[in-house]
Design a protein around this ligand. Structure first.
Ligand code: ADP
Length: 328
């Protein structure tokens, strides 16, 4: 059976980008067709300036939101990365296979390290090695597929390279995974700056729709979205990124194709109004279920405990085999 692994970082509140680009597909498709593991990757939240209590709170919230989004612990494994030691154990071995040159070429490293430096901060070494830990997350489970948004494609490519290299040098140990992503909304853009992705750790929240935003807040954010000069509704990601982003969000929420939808609208206002309502409707059940789950913290705790136990049982044989293969 196909094995799937994917994760979400507790560096901020989950966004509509996380949902449409990843989590919704995990819940609606992936958990039904494969042996799937979904992880709150909390070790990855330590790569930038962080507040310990906030990371802990956000990890719990992210796990609760995964369940609220429809991940069913009877069908898939939901857990927290730091509860399973195998991720860190394997990461070190992969650091001995990766080179510093390939790490420095990672686009996300370049962007995030530049941001840290611009803020006057120092860059943590773990920000550089983060993709190696992500490779360990995936390879420890022998995952065949990694359903992620477009921003993670390069990291999955690196994971493939490391798996192939390790296998060639030390004998076949890892499955070589591939990235899969949704057809629309694989890259949801910031509503205020449609040239950059909607990211949960970005500072301004005005262009970011969070999964737990109240309906009126969602409406306000979508109605205030930056559109492009001109008034004609056309789907063109390069020339009209703001309108294209709204069309993609609408298409992802309602089903359909952004290009065809562009023909339906004569004004930006009408497009925004329908997009806002579509987003409100898509998020409604998630918010409602989240409210119920928050009231049942023992249940969430138990899901994560059982999930970690199951995950550990899957990862340990592969990671042990990697230790033997590399000469330890
Ligand atoms: P973030 O950038 O919000 O911190 P994560 O690294 O936690 O996101 O990613 C969780 C999942 O959500 C990944 O599969 C990622 O590709 C996807 N994702 C994140 N942002 C977006 C976006 N703006 N559009 C589409 N998918 C996204």
């Amino acid at each position: 059976m196909t094995r799937i692994f994917s994760g979400v970082k507790p560096t901020g509140h989950l966004t509509l980008g996380n949902y449409l680009g990843a989590v919704r597909g995990w819940a609606e498709v992936d958990q039904h067709r494969a042996d799937a593991l979904f992880c709150v990757v909390d070790l990855h939240a330590l790569t930038v300036e962080h507040d310990p209590a906030r990371v802990r709170r956000l990890s719990r919230q992210a796990a609760t939101l995964l369940l609220a989004s429809g991940l069913d612990p009877e069908r898939c494994t939901v857990f927290v990365q730091s509860h399973v030691d195998e991720h860190a154990r394997l990461s070190y071995l992969l650091e001995c296979v990766a080179t510093d040159g390939e790490m420095r070429r990672m686009i996300q490293y370049k962007e995030k390290s530049a941001l840290e430096r611009a803020r006057g901060g120092s860059v943590r070494l773990s920000l550089l090695t983060y993709p190696v830990l992500m490779a360990a997350d995936i390879l420890a489970y022998g995952a065949d597929e990694v359903p992620v948004g477009e921003d993670q494609t390069q990291h999955v490519e690196l994971t493939r390279d490391l798996a192939v290299r390790f296998n060639q040098r030390y004998g076949h140990t890892f499955a070589v995974p591939r990235a899969t992503r949704p057809e629309v909304a694989a890259r949801v853009m910031d509503l205020q700056d449609p040239t950059s992705k909607m990211g949960k750790s970005h500072e301004s929240g005005a262009g970011i729709v969070y999964l737990l935003d109240e309906p009126d807040v969602v409406r306000k954010k979508v109605m205030r979205a930056v559109t492009d000069s001109g008034s004609e509704v056309v789907y063109d990601r390069e020339a009209r990124p703001g309108v294209a982003n709204l069309l993609e969000i609408l298409a992802a929420c309602e089903g359909g194709n952004p290009e065809e939808l562009s023909g339906v609208y004569e004004s930006y206002g009408a497009l925004k109004k329908d997009t806002a309502e579509a987003v409100v409707e898509v998020l409604r059940p998630v918010r409602e279920r989240h409210k119920e789950l928050v009231a049942d913290s023992v249940y969430v705790e138990e899901v994560l405990r059982a999930g970690a136990e199951r995950a550990r049982g899957m990862a340990r044989p592969t990671v042990d085999a990697a230790y033997r293969a590399i000469g330890l």
